[in-house]
Design a protein around this ligand. Structure first.
Ligand code: ADP
Ligand code: MN
Length: 197
Protein backbone atom coordinates (compact mmCIF):
# COMPACT_ATOMS: atom_id res chain seq x y z
CA UNK A 1 0.00 0.00 0.00
CA UNK A 2 1.09 3.57 -0.59
CA UNK A 3 1.89 5.38 2.65
CA UNK A 4 -0.89 7.57 3.97
CA UNK A 5 -0.39 11.16 2.88
CA UNK A 6 -0.31 13.57 5.78
CA UNK A 7 -3.13 16.13 5.56
CA UNK A 8 -0.79 19.08 6.23
CA UNK A 9 2.58 20.34 5.04
CA UNK A 10 3.37 22.00 8.40
CA UNK A 11 2.78 20.54 11.85
CA UNK A 12 0.11 21.91 14.16
CA UNK A 13 1.62 22.45 17.59
CA UNK A 14 -0.27 23.00 20.83
CA UNK A 15 1.69 24.97 23.41
CA UNK A 16 -0.14 24.36 26.65
CA UNK A 17 0.40 24.59 30.39
CA UNK A 18 -1.02 26.19 33.51
CA UNK A 19 -1.44 29.98 33.22
CA UNK A 20 1.92 31.61 33.92
CA UNK A 21 4.08 28.73 32.72
CA UNK A 22 5.18 30.76 29.70
CA UNK A 23 2.98 29.78 26.75
CA UNK A 24 2.66 33.26 25.28
CA UNK A 25 6.32 34.07 25.91
CA UNK A 26 7.36 30.90 24.06
CA UNK A 27 4.89 31.53 21.23
CA UNK A 28 6.07 35.12 20.82
CA UNK A 29 9.69 33.97 20.67
CA UNK A 30 8.65 31.46 18.02
CA UNK A 31 6.69 34.16 16.18
CA UNK A 32 9.82 36.34 16.08
CA UNK A 33 11.77 33.44 14.58
CA UNK A 34 8.99 32.86 12.04
CA UNK A 35 9.00 36.53 11.07
CA UNK A 36 12.77 36.45 10.54
CA UNK A 37 12.47 33.24 8.51
CA UNK A 38 9.85 34.88 6.28
CA UNK A 39 12.00 38.00 5.87
CA UNK A 40 15.01 35.79 5.11
CA UNK A 41 17.00 37.37 7.95
CA UNK A 42 16.88 34.40 10.34
CA UNK A 43 19.38 31.55 10.68
CA UNK A 44 19.42 29.26 7.65
CA UNK A 45 18.05 26.39 9.74
CA UNK A 46 14.87 28.35 10.43
CA UNK A 47 13.60 28.16 6.84
CA UNK A 48 11.21 25.39 7.87
CA UNK A 49 9.31 27.90 10.00
CA UNK A 50 8.17 30.13 7.16
CA UNK A 51 4.58 28.93 7.06
CA UNK A 52 3.95 28.66 10.78
CA UNK A 53 1.74 31.12 12.69
CA UNK A 54 1.02 31.87 16.34
CA UNK A 55 -2.68 31.63 17.21
CA UNK A 56 -3.35 33.31 20.55
CA UNK A 57 -6.53 31.49 21.46
CA UNK A 58 -7.44 34.08 24.10
CA UNK A 59 -7.73 36.67 21.33
CA UNK A 60 -9.86 34.32 19.23
CA UNK A 61 -12.19 33.75 22.20
CA UNK A 62 -12.55 37.49 22.77
CA UNK A 63 -12.58 38.78 19.18
CA UNK A 64 -14.80 36.10 17.67
CA UNK A 65 -17.13 35.82 20.62
CA UNK A 66 -16.41 32.22 21.56
CA UNK A 67 -17.75 32.72 25.06
CA UNK A 68 -20.87 33.15 27.14
CA UNK A 69 -19.63 36.25 28.91
CA UNK A 70 -16.95 37.36 31.34
CA UNK A 71 -16.65 35.89 34.80
CA UNK A 72 -15.75 39.02 36.78
CA UNK A 73 -14.99 37.19 40.01
CA UNK A 74 -12.69 34.67 38.32
CA UNK A 75 -11.41 37.22 35.78
CA UNK A 76 -11.80 35.00 32.74
CA UNK A 77 -14.09 34.25 29.80
CA UNK A 78 -16.69 31.52 30.07
CA UNK A 79 -15.39 29.77 26.98
CA UNK A 80 -17.76 28.21 24.44
CA UNK A 81 -15.51 25.37 23.26
CA UNK A 82 -17.76 24.29 20.39
CA UNK A 83 -17.74 27.78 18.94
CA UNK A 84 -13.99 28.02 19.51
CA UNK A 85 -13.38 24.77 17.64
CA UNK A 86 -15.58 25.97 14.76
CA UNK A 87 -13.46 29.13 14.54
CA UNK A 88 -10.13 27.26 14.62
CA UNK A 89 -11.13 24.40 12.33
CA UNK A 90 -10.41 26.10 8.96
CA UNK A 91 -6.83 26.96 9.99
CA UNK A 92 -6.10 23.75 11.86
CA UNK A 93 -7.44 21.45 9.14
CA UNK A 94 -5.94 23.44 6.24
CA UNK A 95 -3.29 21.93 3.94
CA UNK A 96 -0.94 24.63 5.19
CA UNK A 97 -1.32 23.67 8.87
CA UNK A 98 1.46 25.22 10.92
CA UNK A 99 -0.79 26.52 13.70
CA UNK A 100 1.00 27.21 16.96
CA UNK A 101 -1.85 27.12 19.41
CA UNK A 102 -1.36 29.10 22.64
CA UNK A 103 -3.98 27.83 25.10
CA UNK A 104 -4.30 26.58 28.68
CA UNK A 105 -6.17 23.45 27.65
CA UNK A 106 -5.49 20.87 24.98
CA UNK A 107 -7.89 17.94 24.93
CA UNK A 108 -10.64 19.83 23.09
CA UNK A 109 -8.65 19.52 19.84
CA UNK A 110 -9.31 16.31 17.86
CA UNK A 111 -6.16 14.16 17.73
CA UNK A 112 -6.24 14.29 13.93
CA UNK A 113 -5.64 18.07 14.09
CA UNK A 114 -2.58 17.83 16.32
CA UNK A 115 1.04 16.88 15.55
CA UNK A 116 2.82 17.96 18.74
CA UNK A 117 1.69 18.93 22.23
CA UNK A 118 4.21 20.90 24.28
CA UNK A 119 3.29 21.01 27.96
CA UNK A 120 5.20 23.78 29.72
CA UNK A 121 5.80 23.40 33.43
CA UNK A 122 7.14 25.72 36.10
CA UNK A 123 8.09 25.30 39.73
CA UNK A 124 5.79 26.67 42.41
CA UNK A 125 7.91 29.69 43.34
CA UNK A 126 8.25 30.86 39.74
CA UNK A 127 4.56 30.36 39.10
CA UNK A 128 3.50 32.10 42.31
CA UNK A 129 5.62 35.15 41.50
CA UNK A 130 4.35 35.32 37.93
CA UNK A 131 0.69 35.01 38.90
CA UNK A 132 1.11 37.51 41.75
CA UNK A 133 2.47 40.01 39.21
CA UNK A 134 -0.72 39.49 37.23
CA UNK A 135 -2.76 40.31 40.32
CA UNK A 136 -4.81 37.14 40.02
CA UNK A 137 -7.62 36.85 42.56
CA UNK A 138 -6.54 34.60 45.45
CA UNK A 139 -8.88 31.71 44.51
CA UNK A 140 -7.69 31.71 40.91
CA UNK A 141 -4.07 31.90 42.00
CA UNK A 142 -4.44 28.92 44.35
CA UNK A 143 -6.39 26.89 41.80
CA UNK A 144 -3.68 27.38 39.18
CA UNK A 145 -0.87 26.53 41.56
CA UNK A 146 -2.71 23.39 42.65
CA UNK A 147 -3.30 22.45 38.99
CA UNK A 148 0.42 22.81 38.30
CA UNK A 149 1.40 20.71 41.32
CA UNK A 150 -1.15 18.03 40.32
CA UNK A 151 0.17 18.09 36.72
CA UNK A 152 -3.36 18.55 35.39
CA UNK A 153 -2.28 19.68 31.91
CA UNK A 154 0.28 16.92 31.54
CA UNK A 155 -2.33 14.32 32.46
CA UNK A 156 -4.85 15.89 30.10
CA UNK A 157 -2.32 15.78 27.25
CA UNK A 158 -1.37 12.16 27.94
CA UNK A 159 -5.00 11.08 28.10
CA UNK A 160 -5.92 12.76 24.82
CA UNK A 161 -2.88 12.13 22.58
CA UNK A 162 -0.36 9.45 21.66
CA UNK A 163 2.63 9.47 24.03
CA UNK A 164 5.14 10.14 21.24
CA UNK A 165 3.60 13.54 20.42
CA UNK A 166 3.45 14.84 24.01
CA UNK A 167 6.55 16.66 25.27
CA UNK A 168 6.98 18.19 28.72
CA UNK A 169 9.36 21.16 28.87
CA UNK A 170 10.44 23.05 31.99
CA UNK A 171 9.97 26.81 31.82
CA UNK A 172 11.63 28.27 34.90
CA UNK A 173 14.35 30.47 33.43
CA UNK A 174 15.03 32.49 30.27
CA UNK A 175 17.66 29.84 29.40
CA UNK A 176 14.94 27.16 29.58
CA UNK A 177 12.82 29.23 27.26
CA UNK A 178 15.59 29.64 24.72
CA UNK A 179 16.44 25.94 24.79
CA UNK A 180 12.76 25.01 24.45
CA UNK A 181 12.25 27.27 21.45
CA UNK A 182 15.37 25.82 19.77
CA UNK A 183 14.04 22.35 20.44
CA UNK A 184 10.64 23.13 18.93
CA UNK A 185 12.29 24.66 15.84
CA UNK A 186 14.47 21.55 15.43
CA UNK A 187 11.40 19.36 15.83
CA UNK A 188 9.51 21.29 13.09
CA UNK A 189 12.47 20.97 10.72
CA UNK A 190 12.65 17.22 11.34
CA UNK A 191 8.89 16.78 11.00
CA UNK A 192 8.92 18.43 7.57
CA UNK A 193 11.87 16.27 6.49
CA UNK A 194 10.06 13.15 7.66
CA UNK A 195 6.99 14.15 5.63
CA UNK A 196 9.19 14.86 2.61
CA UNK A 197 8.06 18.52 2.52
P1 ADP B 1 1.20 32.04 29.93
O1 ADP B 1 0.97 32.53 28.54
O2 ADP B 1 1.48 30.57 30.01
O3 ADP B 1 0.13 32.43 30.90
P2 ADP B 1 3.34 33.99 29.93
O4 ADP B 1 4.11 33.63 28.72
O5 ADP B 1 2.42 35.17 29.81
O6 ADP B 1 2.55 32.73 30.49
O7 ADP B 1 4.39 34.21 31.09
C1 ADP B 1 4.00 34.70 32.36
C2 ADP B 1 5.15 35.50 32.96
O8 ADP B 1 6.21 34.63 33.25
C3 ADP B 1 5.70 36.57 32.05
O9 ADP B 1 6.02 37.68 32.84
C4 ADP B 1 6.95 35.95 31.47
O10 ADP B 1 7.91 36.90 31.17
C5 ADP B 1 7.40 35.04 32.58
N1 ADP B 1 8.05 33.81 32.06
C6 ADP B 1 7.47 32.87 31.29
N2 ADP B 1 8.32 31.87 31.00
C7 ADP B 1 9.48 32.19 31.62
C8 ADP B 1 10.76 31.56 31.70
N3 ADP B 1 11.01 30.37 31.08
N4 ADP B 1 11.72 32.17 32.41
C9 ADP B 1 11.48 33.35 33.02
N5 ADP B 1 10.31 34.00 32.99
C10 ADP B 1 9.31 33.44 32.28
MN1 MN C 1 -0.76 33.54 27.74
Amino acid sequence: DAPAVHPRRNPNIIITGTPGTGKTTHCEALAARIEAAVAGTGPEGDAALAELRHIAVNDVVRDRNCHDGWDAEYQSWLVDEDKLLDELEPDMTSARGGCIIDWHACDLFPASWVDLVVVLTANTESLYDRLALRKYPEAKMQENIDAEIMQVLLTEAHEAYEPEIVVELASNTPEDMEANVDRIVAWVTQWRKDQGV
